[in-house]
Unconditional design. Structure first.
Length: 200
């Protein structure tokens, strides 16, 4: 039987699917973003690559909102009782940081293309047109705003990379040093089903 919802001991299929889908998307988006930074903006193929990058950026934004909604109605399993307080605080701050960047990265990219003097439209997967956002006047002219938002977007990409590395390192520590179920429960629903069995 499928374990869709989280339990007090582990994650369900929905949370696991959200986790790994977004991890794969963000790795891909970071790699493509770095590749794009070296492209000639006037080259014929560059436009298509930018459109695909923007399209998947909106996918990330939508999935982040859905994942946050799912988390609100389906709380995460409890951290191990043996985990020290400082590690609990670090875990909560790390997850909060990841959620912040998952929203801030695509929104900063959306603002960046909205500020661009080039006025290039955004069409999701060459099907759905997306309107530009109003850019705050405090950021200066369109060219100045675009440059500033480009720097913010790139900085957020490196913040995401740092949080990702710390997240992976913490998961590996739990698996190989602490030998608890923290990493296992985001890979398999088996830990979550333990709680279900105990209730029955």
């Amino acid at each position: 039987m499928m374990q869709l919802r989280n339990t007090s001991t582990g994650y369900g299929n929905v949370a696991i699917a959200f986790h790994w889908t977004m991890a794969a998307l963000m790795i891909g988006m970071f790699a493509v973003g770095k590749y794009m930074s070296g492209l000639d903006p006037t080259a014929p193929d560059t436009f298509a690559i930018y459109q695909w990058h923007k399209s998947f950026g909106f996918v990330v934004l939508a999935l982040a909102a859905l994942r946050l909604l799912w988390r609100a109605v389906n709380p995460s399993p409890a951290l191990p009782a043996s985990m020290p307080t400082y590690q609990r605080i670090a875990s909560h701050l790390g997850h909060a940081g990841l959620y912040f960047v998952l929203f801030a990265l695509p929104i900063s990219g959306w603002l960046m293309v909205s500020a661009s003097p080039w006025g290039i439209p955004t069409v999701l997967f060459n099907v759905i047109p997306v309107p530009h956002l109003p850019v705050p006047e405090v950021l200066g002219t369109n060219a100045e705003a675009e440059e500033f938002l480009k720097e913010v977007h790139e900085l957020l990409g490196f913040v995401l990379l740092a949080l990702f590395v710390a997240h992976v390192a913490a998961a590996l520590k739990h698996h190989f040093i602490n030998r608890d179920t923290v990493m296992k429960r985001i890979v398999s629903t088996a830990p979550a089903r333990v709680d279900t069995v105990q209730e029955t």
